[in-house]
Design a protein around this ligand. Sequence first.
Ligand code: IMO
Ligand code: MG
Length: 408
Amino acid sequence: MNLVVIGAQWGDEGKGKIVDYLAEDAEIVIRFSGGANAGHTIVHDDITYKLHLVPSGIVYPEKKVVLGTGMVIDIESLFSELDTLEKQGVNWKGRIFISDRAHLVFPSYKKLDIEMEKTRRNPIGTTGRGIGVAYALKSHRDGIRLIDIFDIEVYKTLKKDEKDFIEKYKDKLFPMMIDLADFIAHNKDKKKLFEGAQGSLLDLDLGTYPYVSSGSSSAAGACTGGAIGPKSIDRILGVFKAYNTRVGNGPFPTEFNPEIEGELENKVRETGREYGVTTGRPRRCGFLDLVALKYICDTNSITSLVLTHLDIYDEMEDVKACIAYNLNNKEITAFPSSITALENVKPVFKTFKGWNTKLTDIKKYSDLPAASKEYIEFIENYTGVSVDIISVGYQRSETMIRKDIWTK
Ligand code: IMO
Ligand code: MG
């Protein structure tokens, strides 16, 4: 069985926790996109793991994890992440693999990423991890894949600084390298989880271009980046928060207005721990945008929605969600492709009654307060997709399952 998990907003939806939760029943976890720009947090009892490149299944001792073809991998940061995991008691040796077709990120790419940001027509606020440079070189057909550093003919063409950098890691990388297509073919009947990074609104094609990342963070990216055909995917889960956030620049129609909603903004940011795991930047926060969420559900064929951070709204008198945009005095529900239109739309909100109840200890959907169920059911009706998992805290135990995701 093949399950895909993607972010259904602008990243930081809680994918790490959900992949970790579902990974308990998976045999293999394959991360299919992005690089060290991602920041996935997993909490197991009193240990917090912060992952950037390593797939979220790693903390289970028996799972195999793969860094897929669609990723761009900074090997220096990969080994530093693995060192940290080892110090936290995670034994990763022999069960972490890298697609030989994945591209590498060299130190010069990170410097160039920061330089290019200064002269960009539209500064994006990148993470400075060399992501855009690696994907640009890949498209320019001048990138370096893992397999290439073991190909004598290709290796000869590398620059001296690139060879010097690689030499430090070559011996450690060789046993981790696999042909992912062949690996998938040999593990056809295993339970595989394809883990996304970023969010579909940061996808190069579907996202709010140019304020996006450079990878394919949508469900389609699981195919090319995970070496699997679309017809082999059984389920596509879209993770979204009860509100929206975004890091870096770009349009955000439902962003809180600090003059009127400053208090709410602070509350959501502090209780939701809305600070970047990779850069430490405070995240921009706002109300749930259902226009954007429906667009993502439709363009990714999402079969189940996963709602996270619902507990962050526990103490609110009322809760708002955007159900349409007003553009030049016309109400629209299609997500605009024009960045100027998206910057100028005024959200049309629907107000819901708050639930004023602590949700963290609730284990069953039927035990949720009526007001919170009204919020969830409205989201389901609006998007046409059922909310099958609800997360009300960081711990694994703080998760409600309405449908067994692994059963066909
Ligand atoms: P996870 O996997 C949130 C954002 C950056 C910037 C834009 C481009 O933790 O959800 P890049 O360095 O990728 O070229 O930056 O994309 N960004 C993310 N925002 N979560 C992420 O990953 C992100 N990865 C990149 O802030 O606006
Ligand atoms: Mg993150």
